[in-house]
Design a protein around this ligand. Structure first.
Ligand SMILES: [Zn+2]
Length: 358
């Protein structure tokens, strides 16, 4: 169990966003126009994959790595893994098309860096990170908000150094491609949709992460039986584990699952790589609950409901959690806010076991 938890934590995208102010405005404008005055700021964006917070992190320099670009997918790789990179690029391109066709969700541009680490190297490290510094022009009034077009470094994916083909990869590695990449790309698509900047409602995390899980689940189910089984079984295990520890078999997705993305903005200094908090077992089990939520919605009302829900969200400019639940209530006739707050864990387990063919 411990191993699986550690593995699941690889799925975690930790974004640390630091803003360093540059040397003052490059454009001096009228006083009345001060609101729209534009500054050039240097942003440091870090993408990390963390599996053990007590061990050192390794910084990956991608500047000399070759890369492949196919449509929206870019893969950085080490020269020995050219063939693997081609396969992964093809797999993700197919996955992206599938999500667009089935759910109408455009996952958008996505970059992956394949980091070759042996088991021994992995055991010594707590995680890897890639850091990029970029200059963006940003209106003064939104300096304290997340820049809408802030570029993010590629997402690091750990692969065994001798791996030549995705088909030969172990279930964990296959899952990190087929499940984790679509999952994380959904978060990016959502944060891009929040184009008015910094107004993140933590209560939406259950809905958002559940949708991210559902998308990873969908891609794996269609493209990689190995990844699919590994992922769904780990979700079943986490749920069985949670049920054993709980007196009351319900879970509140609006409160207990507060999510794993930590974004910090600091002025005039870089933010630290480290996230502020650890993920509890309860939070980890939240992924199982959040996935089951969307599986149940799709089973009862058809997958088309998800497509319509996403369209409505996009039209409304991504509302807060209660408004999002209200939209889904209108589409399903169910009281979604109550469902989110009182997920029945026995039902969750049945849903997941059924999906796993157990
Ligand atoms: Zn997530």
């Amino acid at each position: 169990m411990r191993n699986e938890l550690i593995i699941m934590m690889i799925a975690i995208l930790l974004l640390a966003l630091g803003i360093i102010l540059s040397q003052g405005p490059i454009k001096s404008q009228d006083k009345d126009k001060q609101e729209s005055e534009v500054k050039t700021v240097t942003i440091t964006v870090t993408t990390s994959s963390v599996w053990d917070r007590s061990k050192p992190m390794k910084e990956i320099d991608i500047s000399n790595m070759p890369y492949l670009r196919q449509g929206e997918i870019t893969i950085y790789f080490e020269p020995a893994q050219h063939r693997l990179a081609q396969e992964i690029s093809q797999a993700l391109t197919t996955g992206w098309r599938l999500v667009a066709k089935r759910l109408g969700i455009l996952l958008g541009a996505w970059e992956v860096a394949l980091i070759a680490l042996s088991e021994a190297e992995r055991a010594e490290l707590g995680g890897v990170y890639i850091r990029q510094r970029v200059q963006v022009r940003q209106p003064i009034k939104s300096l304290f908000q997340r820049p809408p077009e802030s570029p993010e470094p590629p997402f690091p994916v750990i692969v065994p150094p001798d791996l030549q083909s995705l088909m030969e990869a172990d279930p964990k590695t296959q899952s990190s491609i087929y499940v984790t990449m679509p999952h994380e790309a959904l978060h990016k698509a959502v944060s891009k949709a929040l184009d008015k900047g910094w107004r993140f409602d933590p209560q939406t995390r259950g809905l958002e992460d559940g949708l991210a899980e559902y998308i990873g689940h969908l891609v794996a189910r269609e493209l990689s039986p190995v990844a699919y089984q590994w992922h769904i079984k780990s979700r079943v295990e986490a749920m069985r584990d949670l049920l054993q520890r709980r007196e009351h078999p319900t879970y509140d997705l609006t409160r207990e699952f507060l999510g794993h993305i930590t974004i910090t903005i600091s002025l005039e200094r870089e933010s630290s790589q480290e996230p502020s908090q650890d993920i509890s077992l309860e939070e980890l089990a939240g992924y199982s609950v959040a996935l089951a939520f969307w599986l149940q919605i799709a089973q009862k009302h058809g997958e088309g409901v998800i497509k319509t829900f996403w369209q409505r969200l996009s039209q409304r400019g991504f509302p807060n959690a209660k408004e999002a639940a209200q939209i889904l209530s209108e589409l399903t006739g169910e009281d979604i806010w109550t469902k989110l707050q009182k997920m029945d864990l026995h039902e969750v387990l049945r849903t997941l076991e059924q999906a796993a063919g157990l």
